[in-house]
Design a protein around this ligand. Structure first.
Ligand SMILES: [Fe+2]
Length: 196
């Protein structure tokens, strides 16, 4: 295992293009890497009403985000709009539940396997071929996770459990990282608060 900082991770990610993200490069890198403790601290901002999405860095090929979870926070069941999504638990524990990839129209989702609760250091992966999922903090302590998405998206489909159908939902951030043209981190800036 190599111990890496956020800056090491961004150095690895920045030259990657669409074809690289479709290859095994990211999996191979993550399999042998562990983040230095508190690597993502400047991006850890919680909100009370729902989980927080904090953007670390984004370009046209990927986005890196830190998600924050108070006890009881959960995402709706959602897809990933054809992107690949790598997830790492930075602190606390989170519960992941996957469902079969849905079709269109009214759908009764079928769970795949059992809900899985994972702790700090765990790495997970999902894309639309594997299915849709929800993530929740079912523990009594806050949790932080790091999500790498390739490519970046501005909306995804969210499952409405009452109408049993998917709806398109625009995504937004609680905070976003501000970087200098030379790639120096400047600050984590608060965005307009929204419901997700
Ligand atoms: Fe997700």
């Amino acid at each position: 295992m190599q111990l890496i900082s956020l800056s090491d991770f961004l150095d690895f990610l920045s030259p990657l293009r669409t074809a690289d993200f479709k290859s095994e490069k990211v999996d191979a890198f993550l399999k042998t890497s562990e983040f230095v403790e508190d690597s993502f601290l400047p991006f850890v901002h919680f909100r009370d009403d729902t989980y927080g999405r904090n953007l670390v860095y984004r370009n046209q090929f990927f986005e890196l985000a830190v998600l924050t979870w108070l006890p009881g926070h959960r995402t709706p069941i959602h897809d990933h709009s054809n992107q690949r999504c790598w997830m790492m638990i930075d602190s606390g524990e989170l519960t992941f539940r996957n469902y079969e990839a849905p079709g269109t129209g009214k759908i009764r989702l079928k769970p795949v396997g059992h809900a899985e609760t994972r702790k700090r250091g765990a790495q997970l992966y999902i894309d639309d071929d594997l299915g849709v999922h929800s993530i929740s903090n079912a523990s009594t302590k806050p949790a932080v996770s790091v999500h790498l998405y390739a490519g970046p998206i501005t909306a995804c489909r969210i499952y409405n459990e009452i109408s049993r159908s998917f709806e398109l939902k625009k995504l937004s951030y609680l905070t976003e990282g501000v970087w200098s043209p030379k790639g120096q981190f400047i600050e984590s800036r608060i965005c307009e608060p929204t419901l997700i």
